[in-house]
Design a protein around this ligand. Structure first.
Ligand code: SAM
Length: 442
């Protein structure tokens, strides 16, 4: 099919504005292939007619679906760029999991943006299954989006050909998680169920939506997507990813895409043969602000805070003996009468060392000192739930939700490295709903 130069240029501009994809002369055949389908399907006569029709149609229309399928490059495979998966599997995710366990906050939120036929988000789901022996007790969310709805349809089926497994893909992955059928490999249902696929145009759709799927994320992986975008479009996307991540959250981009991320406030973190980008944690941002604003007279208070911060860091590392020793120092220093945070951390230490009755008392003391201490309400609710006391759990979770829903969702909560009001609100909604659906619990 012959496309006139003016139509081809117009179409290229249109595609770039709508999707961010920049096409050069070499892609003429791909566009022609799409028009070959579009003309008969929509009763159009010439490429010029199709060009005008595409300009009038929305990007999520059936006509655009053909065009996108022809021009979007969907090359992908399981565990592509193994160094990045190793960094996630051996460092980033174990660290996040340990922190969440210590805080009794078993939730992880991931977004694979530009997921193509799903190999990337499914690889992450496999990593999580391998890292979490108690996976059923976690609230895991993996969102996978793409512009190309045909790719998403393929992904949802979870049936792959051998081209989705390359030399880089560990052999154990196919053996362990797939069943061979004819010429295909069917992914285990438990992994398929972990991923939510949804169409999304990174250039046009709104994100992050507060408290929606694209907010409060711990990890965004967007690789080999913005390489086809202009530098300006890439910057816009990275800025929105930054907003979508929790403090301390991670961005994983393809090797060719790293410059855009390093121009940002992300902190580059080196791992063997790869660099991942981390949004500064709430504590880092707070410390930087404190260093700028602290008058010398505030120093004694800070020493106390420092002790508390060290105890908290020890708790984050699950070093309960160290956390306990530091709390004793804090208690001796000031007495714990009006120190809700000390009681709260003491409660965490007791909970994680098997004294859950003691932890109940400590959390209640924290709330006695400060009845608006959301994290204490939340954790006390957790302990009550574990003790089979859903009414008490509900009362504290509702109280916590009443408080966090009035806060700015981006506001970090005290005593956590990375938990924001929005994240806790979302978790509370989930927990309360689960309480309601559990019949034995009313
Ligand atoms: C080369 S694949 C990358 C797949 C996977 N991330 C990987 O690295 O293996 C690029 C994907 O980005 C998608 N894409 C391109 N432009 C997009 C946009 N504006 N919004 C969402 N996805 C887009 C394409 O449809 C394609 O599936």
């Amino acid at each position: 099919m012959q496309i006139q130069d003016s139509d081809y240029r117009y179409l290229c501009n249109l595609i770039q504005t709508r999707t961010g994809l920049v096409l050069d002369e070499k892609r003429r055949d791909d566009v022609a292939r799409a028009l070959n389908i579009i003309l008969p399907a929509f009763n159009l006569k010439t490429p010029h007619d199709a060009t005008l029709a595409l300009a009038r149609q929305s990007t999520d229309s059936a006509m655009w679906r053909h065009l996108i399928d022809a021009v979007a490059i969907g090359e992908t495979y399981f565990f592509r760029n193994l160094d990045q998966f190793n960094a996630l599997q051996q460092h980033v995710l174990p660290d996040l999991i340990a922190k969440r366990r210590a805080a009794n906050w078993k939730s992880i939120r991931i977004w694979s943006a530009g997921c193509a036929t799903g190999e990337e988000p499914y690889s992450l789901a496999i990593v999580l299954r391998e890292l979490l022996p108690d996976i059923e007790s976690w609230n895991l969310f993996i969102l996978a989006t793409d512009l190309n709805e045909n790719s998403l349809e393929y992904a949802r089926r979870g049936i792959y050909k051998s081209r989705s497994f390359r030399q880089e893909t560990p052999a154990s992955v196919r053996q362990r998680w797939f069943t061979a059928r004819d010429e295909s490999y069917e992914l285990e249902a438990s992994v398929r169920r972990m991923v939510k696929f949804a169409p999304m145009n990174l250039m046009a759709d709104e994100y992050p939506i507060p408290d929606g799927d694209t907010a409060n994320l711990d990890l965004i992986i967007c690789r080999n997507v913005t390489i086809y975008f202009s530098a300006e479009a890439t910057q816009q996307v990275i800025t929105r990813f930054y907003q979508a991540l929790n403090p301390g959250g991670w961005l994983v981009v393809g090797h060719a895409e790293s410059t855009a991320s390093s121009n940002h406030d992300f902190i580059p973190r080196n791992f063997p043969n790869t660099v991942l980008y981390q949004k500064p944690s709430a504590a880092t941002t707070r410390r930087a602000a404190e260093q700028r604003n602290t008058p010398a007279s505030a120093l004694p208070q800070l020493v106390d805070r420092e002790l508390l911060a060290e105890a908290q860091a020890a708790a984050d590392r699950q070093d309960w003996a160290e956390a306990s020793a530091l709390l004793e120092l804090a208690e001796r220093d000031r007495g714990t009468r009006m120190q809700p945070e000390v009681h709260y951390l003491r409660g965490l230490v007791l909970l994680n060392t098997g004294d859950s009755e003691g932890s109940l008392r400590a959390f209640r003391r924290a709330l006695y000192c400060d009845s608006g201490f959301v994290l204490a309400h939340y954790t006390l609710g957790e302990v009550y739930e574990q003790h089979g006391r859903p009414k008490d759990a509900r009362r504290h979770w509702r109280r916590a939700q009443g408080i966090v829903s009035k806060l700015d969702p981006q506001q970090p909560l005290p005593l956590t490295e990375e938990l924001t009001a929005g994240m806790l609100n979302e978790l509370l909604t989930y927990r309360l709903k689960a309480l309601q659906t559990d019949k034995g619990n009313s």
